[in-house]
Design a protein around this ligand. Structure first.
Ligand code: GLN
Length: 475
């Protein structure tokens, strides 16, 4: 079967009778089976997806199908889908099934999307390589000795290797954009508050956002549009109806801001740097403006992110006690040992490390030195980011400093792993929207992502600028 890069192409073929929803699902199921060794899925809902596809084929015939009829989607294993398992790739949620739908799932179902399965990820979305999953790492389909990035690594590979049409990920510090960059797809983290977090298993609530991972910009826009808009279940949301996007059009003249510290950072890979420079030169030669700014706080971003997210995680994850749901240790004999042993056996080592760090920075004698201080630094980063954006259309930066690294390369060194987030955490600290575009490849064929960070709630502008970059690279 042909590979579809756009929902609109699927739509045309369905309308012409060239393909049916059932055939599409069968094709993806075949690919999933053939590429099992990549370990992208934790569970595949084969029978159910086929049944739903048949129902939607019927709706198409009746002319009552929604905007996502024929669109087969994979869900990162952190999103509640009623009566389906969800585990955050953790043993602590063993056997747990969602009691309700997350808002994003509800909205996609209402447009007739078909969910094909839940994808592997780093445990509780904590990681940058998918190696922290309790169910084994995921392999990058571009080079199977390499990681797909994380934490939404399974979703990224599911799209990359055509095991579904598109996928949902979540992004707390880069978890949509970094794996998208490593696998050559489009990954978007919306402005904080654009998409409901209801039904998302929390990692760090003031950072987490759900977003689409797709093979085209237009699909990313459509899914964002459908998922956006107020939801009374999430008090942090923008109180406005869903966004309406129009076809992205390249602005005639745009102004991009580039961070000096980022391009001169010693950790930036040679090929990433060269391709990025090529893009800047081309933009200038086509009459666009590229300005450079200093951002001395770059080095503080990753530490600030880790103080705040681990604090929030230690609080969010305190609900997993072995009492109400999920895993309960069989070796426990009273209340305290139920808590201690269920958590000891249920959480993996990275999650434990972060719970301990978060508990430490929140403890009464450390609170001012770490948590409070980090909150203040976050505000300064936010203000400075917005000052730069007041004078430019977007901040332009490679999504990651290197292409996908080898499996095992950084897993023994948490600090090296944390630095994989160097260029992505800014958007989460500030709350701004940011997208990773698959614009280049290394000589060896590894994808390189370029990131655009835009103004809060100005997603259409960001998509227009993305279109400009895509066209600039083609020309
Ligand atoms: N890699 C980052 C971390 O380990 C980001 C994770 C995320 O965005 N969920 O926290």
């Amino acid at each position: 079967m042909k590979t579809y890069n756009r929902i609109s192409e699927i739509r045309l073929d369905i309308e012409a009778g060239a393909v049916s929803c059932v055939q599409l699902v069968q094709n993806y199921l075949q690919n999933i089976e053939g590429k099992k060794h990549l370990n992208a899925f934790l569970e595949v809902w084969a029978e159910e997806a086929l049944l739903r596809a048949a129902e939607i084929d019927e709706k198409i015939k009746q002319g009552t199908a929604g905007r996502l009829a024929g669109v087969v989607i994979a869900l990162k294993d952190v999103l509640a889908y009623k009566n389906h398992k969800v585990s955050s790739s953790s043993k602590i949620l063993e056997g747990f099934e969602s009691l309700y739908n997350s808002t994003v799932v509800e909205r996609l179902l209402a447009e007739d999307a078909i969910f094909i399965g839940r994808t592997n990820c780093d445990e509780f979305a904590m990681g940058a390589s998918n190696e922290n999953s309790a169910f084994g790492p995921v392999k990058n389909a571009a080079d199977e000795s390499r990681v797909p990035g994380g934490s939404s690594g399974g979703s990224a590979v599911a799209v990359q290797a055509n095991m579904c049409h598109c996928a949902l990920g979540t992004d707390t510090g880069g978890s949509i954009r970094q794996p998208s960059a490593f696998t050559g797809i489009f990954g978007f983290k919306p402005t904080y508050g654009l998409i409901s977090r209801w039904g998302l298993l929390a990692y760090a609530s003031s950072f987490d956002q759900v977003g689409p991972m797709t093979k085209s910009l237009e699909d990313n826009m459509l899914l964002t549009e459908i998922m956006s808009g107020m939801d009374n279940h999430d008090a942090t949301m923008l109180q406005q109806p869903s966004m309406k996007f129009t076809q992205p059009t390249s602005p005639k003249k745009a102004k991009f801001a580039v961070m000096n510290e980022a391009i001169h950072h010693p950790g930036v890979d040679k090929e990433v740097r060269e391709n990025f420079q090529k893009l800047l030169d081309k933009l200038v030669s086509e009459g666009h403006e590229v300005t450079y700014f200093d951002f001395p706080l770059l080095e503080q971003m990753v530490p600030t992110y880790y103080v705040l997210t681990t604090a929030e995680a230690s609080s969010n994850l305190s609900r997993y006690t072995g009492m109400l749901y999920g895993k309960r240790s069989e070796n426990a004999h009273d209340l305290e040992s139920t808590y201690v042993m269920s958590r000891t056996e249920g959480f993996g080592s990275e999650v434990k490390r972060r719970i301990m760090l978060g508990t430490f920075v929140l403890s009464s004698d450390q609170y001012d030195a770490y948590y409070n201080k980090a909150q203040k630094v976050r505000r300064v980063i936010q203000n400075q980011t917005n000052e730069v954006l007041a004078d430019a259309d977007a901040i332009l930066i490679p999504t990651t400093s290197t292409p996908a690294f080898e499996l095992g390369e950084k897993s023994k060194d948490p600090i090296a792993m944390y630095l994989a987030d160097l260029f992505t955490v800014q958007a989460n600290l500030a709350g701004n929207p940011a997208i990773s575009l698959p614009l280049f490849e290394t000589q060896a064929g590894l994808p390189i992502g370029i990131q655009l960070m835009g103004k809060s709630f100005k997603e259409q502008e960001l998509f227009n600028l993305s279109q400009l970059l895509i066209e600039t690279c083609k020309s």
